[in-house]
Design a protein around this ligand. Structure first.
Ligand SMILES: [Fe+2]
Length: 245
């Protein structure tokens, strides 16, 4: 598998709290069957989660050194989980924030409870510039939970959806689980990812159960597409096949 959403770089956002915790996460992910992961620290304008790229690069290099020393056969790529913002394009141009492995794909999160007025417009501008927004954990947003048809508007615009594995066991509550199942059954997702923050995340304890529950709803082939084939295309900056293929 390839993970496109993780907070494994330590002491940079609300993810891993130490070098040791990051190592533990990397070992656990390798044991789960991951061959590559994209490190996607939060970027939220005006918050404490801003670019601190020298720090980020140095820490990522230390993690890569560890992976090599331990022969983990795990590739680490760089990205950001970008809170939607009107400055995204200029921040990328300035090297403040990153698309996934320098591709056309951007991992983007939205406010949880309110649908931003100019959201569609911001996404439209990014699409026009050639970027492909991947919407992180749409199942967690209240306005999607309340209005499933809204999802289609984002799909029509060329956005992609990334679901969080642990939703299926109720980590984020019943409403999120319900929308996750709806999106899974109706083929809305292009990716499933860990959004791992800590070595103690429930995902590590329950991954076998989670995988079984997901495969019951879709099938092995589609699971492979959401966890490997599509993420691989993103890392390689290749086009994705259209939904439902
Ligand atoms: Fe995240």
């Amino acid at each position: 598998m390839i993970d496109i959403h993780s907070h494994v770089i330590y002491e940079i956002d609300d993810g891993s709290r130490s070098y040791e915790e990051s190592l533990s996460i990397l070992k656990k992910m390798t044991a789960m069957g991951y061959k590559a992961l994209v490190c996607t620290p939060h970027y939220i304008t005006g918050s404490k989660y801003v670019a601190n790229n020298t720090n980020k690069f140095n820490k990522m290099q230390l993690l890569r050194d560890f992976v090599e020393k331990e022969n983990l056969n795990l590739h680490l790529y760089l990205g950001n989980e970008i809170y939607i913002d009107s400055e995204i394009e200029s921040l990328i141009q300035k090297g403040e924030i990153y698309s996934i492995n320098h591709s056309r794909y951007l991992l983007i999160e939205f406010p949880v409870s309110r649908l931003m007025n100019d959201l569609m417009n911001l996404l439209f501008l990014l699409r026009n510039k050639g970027y492909v927004p991947i919407i992180a954990h749409p199942e967690r947003y209240l306005y999607f939970q309340e209005n499933h048809e809204l999802l289609d508007k984002f799909i029509e615009m060329g956005c992609l959806f990334q679901g969080n594995f642990s939703c299926i066991i109720g980590k984020y509550g019943e409403h999120t689980k319900k929308l996750f199942l709806y999106m899974l059954k109706n083929n809305y997702y292009h990716f499933l990812a860990t959004d791992v923050h800590h070595e103690t995340d429930i995902l590590f304890l329950k991954f076998n159960k989670i995988k079984k529950m997901i495969i019951k709803e879709i099938d092995e082939k589609r699971f492979q597409q959401l966890t490997y084939t599509n993420p691989l295309k993103v890392i390689r900056n290749e086009s994705l096949e259209s939904l439902n293929n």
